[in-house]
Structure formats: structure tokens, C-alpha cells
Design a binder for this molecule. Structure first.
Ligand code: PEP
Length: 266
């Protein structure tokens, strides 16, 4: 059974003065069985969030990492620098593809670095609106996967807890979401790209696929009702404790239902 995951991407919000308090409130409001919770604050807030979450089982993630271990890369952060601060990392978010021109090849290098450094990666993929409207969404996402994953060590990725987030770019921060049917179809296309094009075979079934793009407590249920979707990568709504409480509570119901369907404990 794949884990149910709610990952909070705080983007460039919060400061070291307020991030810990917000994280502690969210942790206390989201104590539910069967749901993996991750909070990804800005780099400079990682220590405050880590300290605030000590003693909870909410994980801390970074929003990016450099692919080299050290060197002349002004303004960048290495995996070694994240040791002790974060155990997860978001890679290839569309805002980084857009603003930092991150290519699939570069994202693939970051992925390899994350895995070899013990950081659990969430690889973001997703199409632009024009690409969806011209019927090329699956092709675009498959190309992103091939570009980042070709030649990677599948066993290391699976053992490292590799996660994919399908985030249609046009749904991020817009209040507009993909339909749950389209998101589920994309999750299936993602797993078949892994299984067939990339030769992952049955290992593809082990990879959690999250949906991201204007997820809220009001709409997350539609996505979690789809068996191919294993949670959400949430931006705006993840800064609101009430919203996080609602989303994690809904995910806990799904976790229980899926465990019951497989005759397993949550
Ligand atoms: C995101 O940051 O990955 C995201 C999906 O943002 P939002 O939930 O605000 O659309």
C-alpha cells in the first residue's frame, strides 16, 4: 500500500520569527493516523520549523537543493547544508522551472543528489495551459519524467521514498483545479511512463503520486477518491491551520478506507 501524503509548500512565505509557531499549530491540528505530513518552509525557516516540530512526526522539507555537494555556487544550498534540517525536498517545482530555468536534466541531477544524500524527493511535473488545451499534457509530462529519470537507479529511488507530484501549471495558485478524472488519468499515465518507457516495471506501482494545484479542504476529497492519487502538494492553503486540519482529516479517512480494502491496519 502506498502512503497517503499531505505536503505543505510554503513557498516564499513565513519568516524565522513566525514559521515555528505556524508549524507547531499545524502539527497539533493535524494529528491523524495514516497520513504522512511534510512542511516545506523557506530555507531560512528550516531550523525554526525543525525545532517546533521536534517530538511530532511531521517531517520537514526544503523547496530545492543544489546538485553539487559544495563549490562556487553563490546563493545556492547544498544537500550537505540541509543535513539535520530537512529530510524531504521538493524538486522541479514549476515556479523554479519558470523563474530559474530549471531543465529536466538539471532536475534529474538534483534528484540523484537528493537520493544519495538521504533526502526524500518530491519531483514536480505538469503541463502549461496551452499544452493541456492542445491535447499534449500527457506527452509533456512523459517528456519531463524521461528527462529527469532516464538512467537513474530505480532501486535507490524506490528505497529513498521517491514521490511524484502532478501539478498542472495553470492550476497552481489560480483557484482553478484539474478535474479529478483528468488528475487520475495523468497519475496513471505517469505510472505507465515509469513502468513501460523507463523500464521500471512493477516498481512504478510503488511510487506515490500527489496532485497539486489549488488544493483546499473543500476539494481534496475529489482527488483522494481516485485510487491512483496518494495525497496533495499544497501551496496557499497549507499556510492556514484550518485548511491543513481539514485536508489531513480527509486524507486520514482515505487512509483508513484503503487499508480496510486491503485488509491491513492503518
Ligand atoms: C504548489 O505550490 O505546489 C501549489 C500547488 O500551490 P497552490 O496549492 O497554491 O496552487
Amino acid at each position: 500500500m502506498r502512503p497517503l501524503i499531505i505536503a505543505a509548500n510554503w513557498k516564499m512565505n513565513t519568516t524565522p520569527a513566525d514559521a515555528g509557531e505556524l508549524a507547531a499549530i499545524i502539527a497539533a491540528r493535524t494529528e491523524e493516523p495514516g497520513v504522512t505530513r511534510v512542511i516545506c518552509p523557506p530555507y531560512v525557516c528550516l531550523a525554526a520549523v525543525r525545532d517546533a516540530l521536534a517530538g511530532t512526526n511531521v517531517a520537514v522539507g526544503a523547496q530545492n537543493v543544489h546538485h553539487e555537494l559544495a563549490g562556487a555556487y553563490t546563493g545556492e544550498i547544498s544537500a550537505a547544508a540541509l543535513a539535520g534540517l530537512a529530510t524531504w525536498v521538493i524538486l522541479g517545482h514549476s515556479e523554479r522551472r519558470r523563474d530559474a530555468m530549471e531543465s529536466d536534466e538539471l532536475i534529474g541531477k538534483k534528484l540523484a543528489r537528493a537520493i544519495s544524500s538521504g533526502l526524500r524527493p518530491i519531483l514536480c511535473v505538469g503541463e502549461l495551459l496551452a499544452e493541456r488545451e492542445s491535447g499534449r499534457a500527457v506527452e509533456v509530462v512523459a517528456n519531463q519524467l524521461r528527462g529527469a529519470l532516464a538512467g537513474k537507479d530505480v532501486e535507490a529511488l524506490i528505497n529513498g521514498g521517491f514521490v511524484i507530484a502532478y501539478e498542472p501549471v495553470w492550476a497552481i495558485g489560480t483557484g482553478r483545479t484539474a478535474s479529478s478524472a483528468d488528475a487520475a488519468a495523468m497519475a496513471e499515465a505517469i505510472r505507465s511512463t515509469l513502468a513501460e518507457d523507463l523500464g521500471w516495471g512493477k516498481s512504478a506501482e510503488l511510487v506515490p503520486v500527489l496532485y497539486g494545484g489549488s488544493v483546499t479542504s473543500a476539494n481534496i476529497g475529489e482527488f483522494l477518491a481516485e485510487h491512483s492519487i496518494d495525497g496533495g502538494l499544497v501551496g496557499g492553503a497549507s499556510l492556514k491551520p484550518d485548511e491543513m486540519a481539514g485536508m489531513v482529516a480527509r486524507a486520514a479517512i482515505t487512509a483508513m478506507a484503503r487499508a480496510a480494502a486491503e485488509g491491513k491496519p492503518v
